[in-house]
Design a protein around this ligand. Structure first.
Ligand SMILES: *Cc1c(COP(=O)(O)O)cnc(C)c1O
Length: 215
C-alpha cells in the first residue's frame, strides 16, 4: 500500500473530530512531502534538531507538533514555530516554554503528558498531579494548555492498554473545558483502542510510513 492508501485507510477508521498527527521522525523529506501532497498537514517529531531542520526544508503551512521528551535547554530552538508540544512532563519545562514563548511574542499550545504506562521508561506527571499542573500553567501568560497526552505500555495485552487509556480518559473528562479539549492517545499499534477510549488526537508513524529501522 502507498502512503496515500494508508492515510486514507486510517482516516476512514477515525471519527471526523479526531486529528491525525503523522509521526515523521526518521523519515526523509521526500516521504513527508508524499504525505503532505495527499493533504496531510499535521506532523509530529520527537527530536529538536530534526524538527528544526524539517521545518526549514518543508512547506510553511505544515503544523509541527513536538511529541517526544523535550529538554529545557532545547526549547528555544522550536519556540518560534512549534504548533503544539505534547510532552510537557515537568514544571521546569513548562516555565522554560513560557519564557521562550514570551520572548517570541507567542502563546504556545501545550499538552500535559500523563504517565499511564506500567513502565518506568515513560515520562509524565502522575494522574493526581494534573489539576495542580493545569492550575500553575494557567498563571503563565505564554502557555495555553489544550489537553492531555499519554502513552500506553508497549504490550499485546489489550486489557492493560484499555485500562491505561481509560485512566487518562477519566481524568480528561474531569478537567475538560471548551479550551482544554484535546486527548492525545493512540499510536500505530493501539489507535483503534484509543479512539474507543476517548482519543481525539492520534500520533501514527509506522502505520503510515512503514516500520522504522531506528527510532
Ligand atoms: C514514535 C512515536 C509515535 C508513533 O509511533 P508508531 O508506532 O510509529 O505509530 C507516537 N508517539 C510518540 C510519543 C512517539 O515517540
Amino acid at each position: 500500500m502507498s502512503i496515500n492508501d494508508k492515510l486514507r485507510k486510517i482516516q476512514k477508521e477515525l471519527k471526523n473530530n479526531t486529528v491525525l498527527v503523522a509521526v515523521s521522525k526518521t523519515r526523509k523529506v521526500s516521504e513527508i512531502l508524499e504525505a503532505y501532497n495527499c493533504g496531510q498537514k499535521v506532523f509530529g517529531e520527537n527530536r529538536v534538531q530534526e524538527l528544526v531542520q524539517k521545518n526549514n526544508e518543508l512547506p510553511q503551512d505544515i503544523e509541527w507538533h513536538m511529541i517526544g521528551h523535550l529538554q529545557s535547554n532545547k526549547v528555544r530552538y522550536i519556540a518560534p514555530f512549534v504548533d503544539l508540544i505534547h510532552s510537557v512532563d515537568s514544571l521546569k519545562l513548562l516555565s522554560e516554554i513560557n519564557k521562550r514563548a514570551i520572548q517570541n511574542n507567542r502563546i504556545i499550545d501545550c499538552l500535559i503528558q500523563v504517565h499511564i504506562a506500567k513502565e518506568d521508561s515513560k515520562f509524565g506527571f502522575k494522574i493526581n498531579q494534573i489539576t495542580d499542573v493545569i492550575y500553575k500553567a494557567q498563571q503563565l501568560k505564554g502557555i495555553k494548555i489544550k489537553g492531555l497526552m499519554g502513552m500506553a505500555t508497549f504490550t499485546n495485552n489489550r486489557e492493560r492498554i484499555i485500562n491505561e487509556f481509560s485512566q487518562i480518559n477519566t481524568i480528561f473528562q474531569k478537567i475538560k473545558t471548551s479550551q482544554i479539549n484535546i486527548l492525545s492517545i493512540g499510536m500505530s499499534s493501539d489507535y483503534l483502542i484509543a479512539v474507543e477510549n476517548g482519543s481525539n488526537m492520534v500520533r501514527i508513524g509506522s502505520a503510515i510510513f512503514g516500520s522504522r529501522r531506528t527510532s
